[in-house]
Design a protein around this ligand. Sequence first.
Ligand code: AGP
Length: 364
Amino acid sequence: ESYDMGGHDTYMHKEISEQADAVDRVLRGRIDDRFSTVHLGGLNLDAREARGVRRIKILGCGTSYHAGQIGAQLIEELARIPADAEPASEFRYRNPVVDPDTLYVAVSQSGETYDVLAAVQELKRKGARVLGVVNVVGSAIAREADGGTYVHAGPEVCVVSTKCFTNTVVAFALLALHLGRIRDLSVADGKRIIDGLRRLPAQITEILENEDEIKKLAAEYADAKSMMFIGRVRGYPVAREASLKLKEVSYIHAEAYPASELKHGPLALIEPAMPTVAIVPDDDLLEKNRAAMEEIKARSGRILAVAHQVQEKADHTIVVPKNENELDPILMGIPLQLFAYHTALAMGRDIDKPRNLAKSVTVE
Ligand code: AGP
């Protein structure tokens, strides 16, 4: 991959289109079929040390923080290690308790985000072990961390991160699988996840082939002044990232909420002028998500669902291919990257350089 636009009108479109190849690259050479695991050479964490990890705390900003939220869920699901993600900018100002059994993971596309770097330096000063999940090779965060893994997304030029988000989540899936297989994840489950990972590039291509339909849907919703994004558990960080993408590039106001929280306040906002994007995976929360959509319809809200099958309660559904439940979040956000792109294009926005934003925030 290069800096050449390769026939695309924007880097955002180019980078969205590169995702199947990018995911292929982050997987390449790392899968070990013999033990149903993956090798992540640069972690600098041997099996005994990995078994001693009691908690994992992931730190990042913006899109990388959202990728870290999905990463934390993957680690909890596959490795059964308590894990959570927090904005690095908040973490370092609350005088955090640094526990020797906690593994800290700093996540960053550029590897230069000041808030993340400062959090890493503070953690190191307190004797913590910090890994980096970083895209830019040799960047400040990669150098400062004790070890880690590169996400191999290739150069990302558009201020709005797309392919690096996807690759970062895949890198977290690899980390979760690696830790899981050292701990209690069975060979069968390891194999199931590996098979799922291998299906991703073809499934991404399938999603991207649906661009014309997504473009039409973007035109349908571009009149909205504000949009609600909802999801539950695995779907919630997907909703958060899709909402960030839409506001960054189109300047349409968007809010993301867990669907379960609607009734605790945001339902008051629902009316025909406030459409909802609902992330509806075919998992154990499907019926709960359907119930949330029913609540929205009862208030005359318009719904665009991203789901594994057409949702009757929704006005429109973007159907995405099903993978293993744990890996579904990797795919479900991709059509919404195109949705944000086409909305912004229809509105004549400066897609690669949205107002007030910089690619890398190297100051506080
Ligand atoms: C991405 O769309 C954003 N522009 C922004 O939130 C970004 O993810 C954030 O500033 C963190 O950057 P990093 O991944 O390079 O650390």
